[in-house]
Design a protein around this ligand. Structure first.
Ligand SMILES: [Fe+2]
Ligand SMILES: [Fe+2]
Length: 363
């Protein structure tokens, strides 16, 4: 798709000019800004010369080409591993079980049993995997299963990991996991054709989508549930700058659990594969968060989240946009997505001092 008009964020910032080819990365970028539809040039009018430009100011501060298949080895390595295979089998069982649980809750044919629900995900974050491996597994699973149930499992696990980094007590971690699991249950009441629509949503359709937090609360109203879990279901689309929905609440009015689930939710959306996205680069996702995330998400939770994720990539070999590669040796606290990299020529390259360079992928 090629944009027909310039695209602006809700706050009036120009994101892309007209005539931009919307690659997977541009689309993720728009999703991140909450842009739900854009006007595109009809296919019949696109000719060879139009729409080949990607603006300088796109993700990571410059144009990001689609990753070369040669650079996908990190992901391929994970997918080939026995650990991933075991995880995949378990994960598929859990998404099926969650689907059943949701439909019983919706039909009110079963009561809400937190232990049963938690049991459906606990093996996925169990001891034999480090937090980093869980992130890598989840990311690679998203290329296979992109349903609401898979998303809820991911958000549950990511919320739990973030809660752990924040040193929450075990009981709270369980509630946080439950909040993640249930946060989008209201989507089960939304027309699936709207949820899976491959194209711009009409304002009416968007209005329908925006109802899912309230629909979720309605589904859960008769069940005994901690108020913090309910608040996360209702408020996970509220944003600290007041730009969220359904109520446009600001920072102080949004519950702690909702703020944590919101970060896990958007991180999962940003790293999702949606079948068209080839590569995954945590540095790129973190760069986007660094640029625009701090107004919308509570830095009390966002900063530890980004710092922990990025720290786990120290020692990994990365490919830069100029084709060179190097090892991440030091994270810059002021620019998490721009670490110091030791390159093949043995030179220490501080990416925070080289705006023209960025990490394209992990190899
Ligand atoms: Fe949601
Ligand atoms: Fe969600």
């Amino acid at each position: 798709m090629v944009t027909a008009t310039p695209i602006y964020s809700n706050t009036g910032q120009r994101l892309f000019p007209a005539n931009t080819v919307l690659t997977s990365q541009q689309i993720s970028y728009l999703e991140f800004y909450g842009v739900l539809w854009v006007q595109v040039i009809p296919e019949s009018e696109i000719n060879e010369s139009s729409g080949t430009e990607v603006p300088e100011s796109s993700i990571s501060g410059s144009a990001v080409p689609e990753p070369d298949p040669d650079t996908e080895s990190y992901s391929q390595k994970i997918k080939r591993s026995r650990k991933f295979h075991t995880f995949k089998v378990d994960y598929s069982k859990k998404t099926d079980a969650l689907k059943d649980s949701f439909s019983h809750l919706i039909d009110k044919t079963q009561s809400l049993d937190s232990d049963v629900l938690l049991d459906q995900v606990s093996s996925l974050y169990s001891n034999h995997l480090t937090s980093l491996s869980v992130f890598d597994m989840l990311h690679n699973m998203r290329q296979i299963d992109d349903t609401t149930y898979a998303h809820c499992i991911n958000v549950a696990i990511i919320s739990r990991i973030l809660g752990g980094w924040l040193e929450f007590p075990e009981k709270d971690l369980e509630l946080l996991t439950l909040a993640g699991l249930l946060h989008d249950i209201g989507k089960c009441k939304i027309d699936p054709q709207i949820l899976s629509k491959n194209g711009p949503l009409t304002s009416e359709e968007f209005k329908q989508i925006k109802k899912h937090p309230a629909l979720g609360i309605k589904i859960l109203e008769d069940f005994p549930l901690d108020e913090r879990v309910r608040s996360a279901v209702l408020m996970h689309h509220e944003r600290c700058d007041g730009s969220g929905y359904p109520s446009g609440l600001r920072k102080e009015a949004i519950s702690e659990f909702a703020k944590i689930v919101a970060i896990a939710d958007v991180y999962d959306a940003m790293t999702s594969n949606r079948c068209y996205r080839k590569g995954f680069c945590p540095f790129e996702v973190i760069a986007t968060f660094e640029r625009i995330g701090f107004e919308r998400y509570d830095s009390k939770y966002l900063l530890p989240f980004l710092t922990h994720i990025i720290d786990t990539y120290i020692g990994n070999t990365v490919l830069l946009n100029d084709g060179s590669s190097g090892k991440v040796i030091l994270i810059n606290r002021q620019a998490l997505s721009r670490p110091v990299v030791s390159t093949a020529t043995d030179k220490y390259l501080d990416l925070s001092k080289h705006p023209e360079l960025y990490i394209q992928s992990i190899i």
